[in-house]
Write a protein that binds this ligand. Structure first.
Ligand code: XLF
Length: 327
């Protein structure tokens, strides 16, 4: 039996367009209509049960796009979202985008063709791809369009707190390992950190990683940290990257926190597993996850949400990597 994917492929148009045509809910050009009709006749298409389910408005399924399934922060967040959504009667359709625009674009089409009730787009790398979407969307971190609600932690203030903590602990030769420029959250952490350093007249050295955690990137990124012995304090843009940096530092024979103090960002479970345990800035993962689902369900139910940008407080979690070491 033919399915929507085959029709789209044969007709040379997107799955989303075929879905709009079959579901009769949105613009489909005359040319596309004709092509779809021809293919439907050729394939002798009859909507089966799955297809019918696809087109049911109230599918009770939420599409969750996360940018990196290997990052413990997103594991935790996905688990919270899944659990809360389940309690609210929804099932999660999980998509791992790898921060890749093409993958995200493709998943968007798949989610639309499955008629999910709503979409959670974390750290989206797309914008115009969302213009014609008629399904409620909530963004986490990266802003997509003005009419799409965005939720994030207070990353700017988190960056400031990270600097102030290192400064209080006596660090003056400081390195910041920042995230890629396409991560709005880590750009704000970087700006907050730098602003706080400027206020104390401290110069910060910067190294930029190309991803938050991809095994294949590890060696490349570590090589970009020159003169690691020059620093007494390092702020790394997230916990999983901090774990890789800590390993590199320890392998170089440098003692943490005696010779260098480290602070991460997230408060994901990995921080407590590390030795020494990682001081970090906490993102309220539970609050973020439940709020995202609550807001999305409001939109699904047609309720109005007036605030477009939600920024949730961050705070310092002190552990061993920034302990003051007395001889
Ligand atoms: O996008 C940022 C970078 O990495 C996100 O909040 C995270 O901190 C998760 O680890």
């Amino acid at each position: 039996m033919s399915n929507i994917r085959e029709i789209a492929k044969k007709a040379g148009i997107s799955i989303a367009t075929v879905s709009r045509y079959l579901n009769d809910n949105g613009y489909v050009s005359e040319e596309a209509r004709k092509k779809i009709q021809v293919v439907i006749e050729e394939l002798n298409y009859t909507p089966n049960a799955l297809a019918r389910a696809m087109f049911t408005k109230n599918s009770k399924t939420i599409g969750l796009m996360i940018p990196n399934i290997s990052n413990p922060f997103f594991n935790q967040m996905a688990a919270i979202i899944e659990d809360y959504a389940k309690n609210m009667g929804y099932t999660i359709f999980l998509c791992n985008t790898d921060d890749d625009k093409e993958k995200e674009k493709n998943y968007l089409e798949v989610l639309q063709s499955h008629r999910v009730a709503g979409i959670i787009a974390s750290r989206s790398q797309c914008k115009e791809e969302y213009v014609n979407i008629d399904i409620p969307v909530i963004a986490f971190e990266n802003h997509i369009l003005d009419n799409i609600i965005t939720i994030s932690s207070d990353n700017y203030n988190g960056g400031k707190i990270a600097f102030e903590h290192l400064y209080q602990r006596g660090c003056r030769k400081i390195l910041h390992i920042k995230g890629p420029q396409c991560f709005e959250a880590t750009e704000l952490r970087y700006t907050g950190f730098l602003d706080a350093a400027k206020a104390k007249n401290i110069k910060i050295d910067i190294v930029e990683f190309q991803s938050d955690f991809q095994v294949k990137m590890l060696e490349v990124d570590k090589k970009s940290i020159k003169n690691i012995r020059d620093y007494d304090g390092i702020f790394v843009f997230n916990d999983i990257a901090a774990a890789t940096v800590m390993r590199f530092i320890k392998k170089s024979g440098i003692q943490i926190p005696q010779e260098v103090k480290i602070i991460g960002f997230d408060n994901s479970f990995i921080g407590e597993l590390l030795y020494p345990s990682l001081t970090t800035i906490s993102q309220p993962i539970e609050k973020l996850g439940t709020m995202i689902v609550q807001l999305l369900i409001k939109l699904i139910n047609g309720e109005e949400v007036l605030i477009k940008d939600y920024i949730i407080e961050t705070q310092l979690i002190e552990r061993e990597t920034t302990k003051v070491f007395k001889l």
